[in-house]
Design a protein around this ligand. Structure first.
Ligand code: GN1
Ligand code: MG
Length: 361
């Protein structure tokens, strides 16, 4: 904790530090909650940025600055109250930037949003609010004046993710290939269909828009009444297909089991959550084109598929990307995402007819 206190001392915070404790369940950055002794000073969040993954920290933080500035402006224009709980606020360090480099690691701090909660699972009512909130998030960013950089190049590019998997298979760095051939075959059987977004983009039929790109259900803060306060974890906000935000929420929010469930019988795609989220999303994302809407069921399948590919590639590579809790963790995650994908596929027709009913009443 002494080292963490030292890091915090480089930021312009108020009050005396009382405690610094780990916070949240992210798989990439390390996150801590910083509490202060005085009752009227804010609490903070301290994060060690995963610099191996986010290599251009300057770009990362300037994207986030542009995004939070734009959201704040829109909230002000709408006459919103409680703005400080509805958009993240980053703390300046003594170097005048919103991050601090200690010689080894990059750190940043933001104000902790009081009386807010995150969830690992949500009910249909909360999903409806979440759908509206992510639609609204994309709508607010539609006319952002800055051009955002790709903080992780090709982040949600399915062709690129498949290439990474194929490279991992070729190298077989951890000698794990023997146990995963079933999953490789299942992935390859769907590869062409799953790269549809990239094809539509090349043909000029599908736009890229500013998206969040990590709309896991636990990246959203809710207030005491279950209303969405704000979206957090802005590292991956960048131009992408809207499928990213729609699909990744459903991947996490509509899974009846856990992302890394060992009991595959618990993993199913929950259509009640799907319906509530989709209804909210279509209400919030008023700018969607017919081709985007028509491909929402594809997006619901794409994200469990992409995550399956990413977890499997990491497993084959010997666990170099995601934090793991035990040696088979990435394989367990792969299997759970594949089971979820199969369940999404089984609901394809039902998804389509629900979306049609939303559009035509
Ligand atoms: C990572 O940071 P976190 O845990 O919210 C990952 C996402 C994955 C997710 C899988 C930068 O998100 O893309 O979907 O894990 N973020 C990055 O749980 O790779
Ligand atoms: Mg997160």
């Amino acid at each position: 904790m002494k080292e963490l206190i030292d890091i915090v001392s480089h930021f312009n915070t108020q009050g005396t530090i009382h405690e610094i404790k780990p916070l949240g369940s992210g798989l990439i950055n390390d996150t801590y909650k910083v509490t202060t002794t005085e009752p009227n000073t804010p609490e903070y969040v301290l994060q060690r940025i995963n610099h191996a993954i986010f290599q251009d920290v300057e770009m990362l933080q300037s994207n986030i600055a542009a995004v939070t500035k734009q959201i704040r402006k829109k909230l002000e224009e709408q006459g919103e109250e409680d703005i400080d709980r509805k958009v993240l606020h980053f703390i300046t360090a003594e170097n005048g930037k919103t991050y601090w480099f200690d010689g080894d690691n990059y750190w940043r701090m933001m104000t902790f949003i009081p009386r807010a909660k995150t969830y690992e699972t949500v009910n249909p009512e909360y999903s409806y609010y979440a759908g509206k909130a992510f639609g609204d998030f994309q709508a607010k960013l539609a006319d952002i004046p800055e051009t955002l950089g790709e903080t992780i190049p090709d982040f949600h590019n399915m062709e690129f993710r498949l290439k990474q998997l194929r490279d991992a298979v070729k190298a077989n760095a951890a000698g794990r290939l023997g146990e995963v051939s079933y999953y490789i075959d299942e992935i390859e059987a769907r590869a062409e269909e799953m790269c549809k977004a990239e094809r539509l983009y090349r043909e000029g039929k599908l736009p890229k828009r500013v998206c969040h790109c990590d709309t896991k259900v636990n990246n959203m803060m809710f207030d005491e009444d279950g209303k969405v306060l704000c979206v957090i974890d802005l590292d991956t906000v960048m131009p992408s297909f809207i499928f990213s935000d729609y699909g990744d929420f459903l991947r996490t929010g509509a899974n009846t089991g856990d992302e890394d469930d060992k009991d595959l019988s618990r993993v199913e795609f929950n259509m009640e959550i799907f319906k509530a989220f989709t209804k909210g999303y279509l209400e919030g994302a008023t700018f969607l084109t017919p081709i985007e809407i028509e491909n929402l069921p594809y997006a619901a399948a794409l994200f469990p598929y992409m995550q399956c590919v990413r977890f499997l590639a990491d497993y084959i590579n010997g666990d170099t990307y995601y934090k793991i809790k035990y040696p088979e963790h990435n394989l367990v995650r792969t299997k759970a995402q594949f089971k979820l994908l199969q369940s999404v596929e089984a609901h394809n027709e039902e998804m389509k007819s629900f979306i049609n009913s939303c559009l035509h009443g």
